[in-house]
Design a protein around this ligand. Structure first.
Ligand SMILES: [Zn+2]
Ligand SMILES: [Zn+2]
Length: 389
């Protein structure tokens, strides 16, 4: 089955080339308690101001408009005066490669102002603005690759990150359906701070991998989990979440050990640590001092101290703000020292391991198959075709 799939995929990719249509995604721009006003400036291209379906104004490059809530409607004005108000405002790009700069007031979004590709949809809710960037899937993928991995990496690494971002997006398009958009712009979905602008290899990688997604043996899009650094061994999915997945299986990884986030240290007051463990370990008849002050697991553990089986390492990580749930504990005078490995949950692809593999000349395909067991790389247009086989 696997060989047949690989053969067919290669032929179809060669014959049919790349996508014939653009997929559109709506990304909610987070704002904590809400945006009290917003400023829209055309940075490239041309835009139409569409109020409840009717085009009311045009904005050329460097022209701007202001948006503010007016009850449950949105009031729009330009430098020339009021444009009008509406339940739904669409700032629609009418030229290829248009983008705009968005700034907002009263928001806790620390990435604004930022430059976004394509369109902006604005509604008002409870006296605040709801801002949604409607953009082409591939523009979103490039933005995520930049937000999630930064500048200065190899092209093969960016190809990996764009394939993961695209797979994740398409597998999770219903995550925010009740809020009127597909995905949010935070790590709850994937970090997205607008257009990719600072690394020329990202658009190259996005184009080179266009439409490519990862599927499992039943041709379902995979949960393409990733994290910063696994500390030397990745984890099974059920180790961190509830459900096992056949392609998220722990494996040794020495590539990330030379990378910046392979090790960490933290120091806490001995009494605080001890009080925390006493409050959280519910087993009876166990000497607290045996488990709390010196702890040297030989490998990654799911629970703190095997015999107790009730305090998850991931819970300790969350409660103490640790970089990972993979650490040893040593006692000092009035403190405990935690020495840990890795950064993140440890499931799926290890980003720093993948960066290192790309530096050493591995291809994006080899990297993806190293971290995700028995997955297939497939053009998303062909998912239905393979399901019907
Ligand atoms: Zn989300
Ligand atoms: Zn790793």
């Amino acid at each position: 089955m696997k060989k047949v799939i690989s053969g067919i995929i290669l032929c179809m990719l060669a014959l049919q080339g790349f996508a014939q249509h653009e997929d559109i995604l709506r990304i909610g721009i987070s704002g904590g308690d809400g945006h009290t006003s917003a400023e829209f400036v055309v940075t490239q291209g041309r835009y139409e101001v569409v109020l409840d379906g009717t085009t009311r104004a045009q904005l050329a490059a460097f022209e701007r408009c202001s948006l503010r809530p007016a009850g449950n409607r949105v009031a729009v004005s330009s430098q020339n005066g009021t444009i009008g108000n509406a339940n739904r405002v669409l700032l629609r790009s009418v030229k290829w490669h248009s983008h705009f700069k968005l700034s907002a007031k009263g928001t806790s979004n620390r990435f604004l102002p930022a430059v976004y590709p394509d369109h902006l949809i604005v509604r008002a809710q409870n006296g605040k603005l709801v801002l949604v960037n409607e953009c082409a899937l591939e523009n979103y993928v490039a933005g995520v690759a930049e937000a999630e991995s930064g500048k200065g990496h190899e092209l093969e690494y960016y190809k990996v990150q764009t394939i993961i971002a695209r797979t994740y997006a398409l597998a999770n398009v219903r995550r925010h359906a009740s809020e009127g958009f597909h995905l949010c712009d935070e790590v709850h979905c994937q970090a997205y701070h607008g257009a990719s602008r600072f690394e020329e290899r990202i658009p190259q990688a996005t184009w080179a991998t266009r439409d490519h997604v990862l599927v499992d043996h039943e041709i379902n899009l995979v949960t393409a989990a990733f994290h910063s650094n696994c500390g030397g061994h990745t984890l099974n999915a059920e180790h961190v979440w509830s459900r096992p997945l056949p392609y998220l299986v722990g494996r040794p990884d020495t590539f990330c050990l030379v990378m910046p986030h392979s090790h960490w240290e933290a120091c806490f007051a001995r009494k605080n640590w001890q009080d925390y463990l006493e409050a959280n370990l519910e087993a009876e008849g166990v000497e607290d001092s045996l488990v709390s002050l010196s702890y040297y697991p030989a490998r990654r553990k799911r629970f703190f101290a095997d015999s107790l089986n009730n305090l998850r390492m991931t819970t300790i990580r969350r409660d103490w703000g640790l970089r990972s749930a993979f650490f040893v504990v040593e006692e000092a005078a009035d403190s405990v020292r935690l020495t840990g490995r890795g950064f993140g949950h440890g499931v799926g692809l290890c980003q720093e391991g993948a960066m290192r593999m790309a530096q050493l000349g591995y291809t994006s395909n080899e990297i993806l198959h190293f971290y995700y067991k028995d997955v297939h790389l497939i053009d998303k247009k062909h998912i239905q075709f393979f399901r019907e086989e």
